[in-house]
Design a protein around this ligand. Structure first.
Ligand code: ADP
Ligand code: MG
Length: 693
């Protein structure tokens, strides 16, 4: 249960004085619906009210503050004209301009003959110096109370700065004093203020530097968030490890026979990963390991080796793939190798029904089937193993931490190996998979040919079609990917159809088209024709099906490459360079490219290493955009910036290790504060994994 001290922060923003339904809806859209969301909405700029030149010397476009005498009120002479109030100092006069004015109100705040302090953005309008709707009009006594520097917040249409600033101030007033969760020595070493003071300082920047990610207050708040993230993941991991596992070691016989049957040698990275898995499985604790490797890095063999350990130990293993197609493809790889080792592999998907399925399930329950490969169907009710010791899941990013836990609950002491091809940078791995050990396949199998990549403006399309024609003349095949405009599938389709028509007309080639609106079988037929060589040039709208393997394809043209994510471009490029011949990837862009866009495309030219690409992309764009945070299952941070605060993430991870050693159940006073921290950052689920929940 959330501690009471945090209740005010998790109240809706309507609980704040002066915030009605309408403003609350706008704030919800901008920052979030609760008081705490306002706390995390940090300023993006400052206004310095300290600039007070003589009126006549005030430059246009800057915010200035004047002390001036009110000279006269000029009500509009015609409808829809503004109301003006003229004020002046020794140097000249200034017109305060009000649209839709309420004269009584203006008379009250700007009485003729009185001195007022006025602040706002100066504009020169012909000969006149103006401020339209001043930000402040105050008596000299009131003005002495105003802060010289004001924070500027990001806004949304319909929400003006004043009510938002008021709401943030009210939220800050409600921020309670909380027990310190940061290690005192670390806090002192960094000269960090306590949580509430840091929050106050982050919302009251004294200069531009205070807005930077490396400002003291911001670093403290970022650390809080990262600490909550790392602690939550560590608690989940500890919980899983406490559940009984079993030590599994085999005699190595099956593994040896499979190795002997392989037409290639394993890479160093594959051997390393297998070694790590062997050690995990041999330990009595339950294995929870992530196997990360780029497309084509050879994850399947590593998975098979892990599965063989289970079988050598007299148990069974299962491999789950995200689609029917991939499940059958895995079976195609694994079954002959399993046979070479005298083992039996079978496949189970939603499509398997009736008597064959029943017979298969009997063999599975009886232990006659050693390796089961399938889709989600593998974990349905009614599917019983004799003794399942290892579950392998392909394509991690479709599953969250909780599904992983559910899945494990299906078996007793089942070791878990999760495989992903998503090249997640090291820094992000830690935040997303801090609860898993990670093995990386960072080495490509030998004999792969490099893909030559060029970046060209769309205007060079003639050169591109010539290159394509030459490749087709040599008997090679070509992918042509048309841009993806998320807003409208029909526009995408029209662009692809136009391109298809152009190419079909303009080239002596057999051209095919696949797009997202086609029915599965029609798309499969076209893909099959391309694979068989009955089509030379395949125009595609969205992503060319994952897993298609056409070794004769040597050219990949991508139009409007600047609109794709780098990871996506990298995956697309992975469709070529699979055969013996030189391959070329042509990235076409529409000028002008800004610097970041240019640098992003250049990364692809420089490297084929998916991890390096992802890491560089992270540096250029920040984490949120990298993979489309939501769909990739990566956490989103409100205060931490993984590029700027990478060092804090490392520190948080080390700190969590120490906490785990000294106070695993968070029972000391600092432990209590850490529980509050978890609630503050809404890692409530993690708390339930504490033994003393
Ligand atoms: P992914 O990591 O994308 O799942 P796969 O396991 O499908 O990669 O392997 C891609 C291809 O590389 C397969 O044809 C596989 O047989 C082959 N392969 C795997 N390991 C090696 C190796 N060490 N040497 C040569 N080829 C390999
Ligand atoms: Mg694979």
């Amino acid at each position: 249960m959330r501690p009471e001290v945090l209740f005010p922060l998790f109240a809706p923003v309507t609980a704040l004085p002066g915030i009605g339904k309408r403003t609350a809806a706008l704030i919800a859209k901008l920052a979030g619906p609760r008081v705490v969301d306002l706390l995390w909405h940090l300023p993006t700029g400052i206004i310095d009210r300290g600039f007070s030149p003589p009126i006549a010397a005030a430059p246009s476009g800057v915010v200035a503050t004047f002390t001036a005498r009110v000279m006269e009120h000029l009500p509009p002479d015609r409808a829809r004209r503004p109301y003006k109030v003229v004020v002046s100092d020794d140097s000249g006069s200034l017109a305060l301009v009000y649209f839709h004015a309420r004269p009584e109100y203006l008379m009250r705040i700007l009485p003729v003959g009185e001195t007022r302090v006025i602040s706002g953005r100066v504009e020169h309008y012909g000969d006149e110096i103006q401020i339209t709707h001043p930000d402040h009009v105050a008596t000299p006594a009131e003005a002495a109370e105003l802060p010289r520097i004001e924070p500027v917040y990001g806004l949304t249409a319909g929400l003006t700065p004043k009510p938002l600033a008021k709401a943030v101030a009210a939220a800050l007033d409600r921020a309670p004093a909380l027990g310190e969760w940061i290690d005192p020595a670390y806090l002192a070493h960094n000269h960090w203020p306590d949580w509430r003071a840091a929050l106050g300082a982050a919302h009251a920047p004294e200069n531009e530097a205070a807005l930077e990610a490396d400002a003291t207050a911001r670093r403290r708040l970022a650390y809080d968030e990262l600490l909550a993230n790392q602690l939550a993941l560590a608690l989940v991991r500890a919980h899983m490890r406490r559940r009984p596992g079993r030590a599994i070691t085999g005699d190595g016989g099956s593994r040896r026979r499979v190795r002997d049957a392989l037409p290639f040698r394993l890479t160093g990275a594959q051997d390393r990963a297998i070694g790590e898995i062997e050690a995990d499985m041999a330990a009595p604790a339950r294995m929870v390991r992530l196997l990360q490797g780029d497309v084509g890095s050879g994850k399947t063999i590593v998975a098979l080796m892990a599965m063989l350990i289970a079988v050598e130990a007299g148990a069974q293993a299962a491999l789950m793939a995200p689609t029917e197609l991939l499940a059958r493809q895995h079976l195609g790889t694994i079954a002959p190798l399993a046979e070479a080792a005298g083992l039996r592999a079978a496949v189970l998907t939603g499509r398997d029904k009736g008597k064959a399925r029943d017979a298969m399930l009997r063999d599975l329950a009886g232990g006659a089937i050693d390796l089961l490969i399938g889709t989600h169907a593998v974990f349905q009710k009614g599917v019983q193993f004799k003794t399942l010791a290892l579950a392998v899941i392909d394509e991690q990013h479709k599953f969250g931490v909780h599904q992983r836990l559910d899945l494990q609950a299906k078996g007793k002491a089942v070791d878990l190996l999760v495989m992903t091809a998503t090249p997640i940078p090291r820094t992000l791995t830690l935040t997303a998979y801090g609860d898993m050990e990670v093995s990386r396949l960072d080495e490509k199998p030998a004999g792969r040919r490099a893909v030559h990549t060029a970046v060209l403006p769309l205007a060079r399309i003639d050169a591109v079609t010539q290159a394509v024609t030459r490749a087709i003349g040599r008997g090679e095949r070509v992918y042509w990917v048309c841009p993806l405009v998320a807003e409208s599938e029909s526009v995408d389709l029209a662009a692809a159809e136009d391109r298809f028509a152009d190419l079909e007309q303009g080239m002596a080639a057999r051209v095919g088209l696949v797009h997202g609106r086609m029915k599965g079988p029609a798309r499969d037929r076209t893909m099959a024709a391309f694979a068989a060589g009955d089509i030379d040039l395949l125009v595609a709208t969205t992503v060319v099906e994952v897993g298609v393997d056409v070794p004769e394809a040597t050219v990949m043209v991508i139009e409007h490459a600047e609109r794709f994510g780098l990871a996506q471009l990298h995956q697309l490029r992975g469709r070529i360079g699979r055969g013996r011949r030189e391959s070329t990837c042509l990235l076409l862009y529409a000028p002008p490219l800004n610097q970041v866009a240019r640098a992003r495309l250049d990364i692809l030219r420089e490297t084929e290493d998916g991890f390096r690409i992802a890491e560089q992309d992270l540096k250029l764009r920040g984490a949120g955009e990298l993979l489309g945070t939501r769909q990739s299952g990566l956490p989103e941070f409100r205060l931490a910036d993984l590029v700027a605060h990478g060092d804090l993430l490392d520190a948080a991870r080390d700190d969590v290790k120490m906490i785990h050693d000294r106070d695993p159940d968070l029972e000391t006073p600092r432990g209590t504060a850490l529980r509050t921290l978890l609630y503050l950052f809404e890692r409530d689920a993690a708390i339930s994994y504490l033994r003393s929940g």
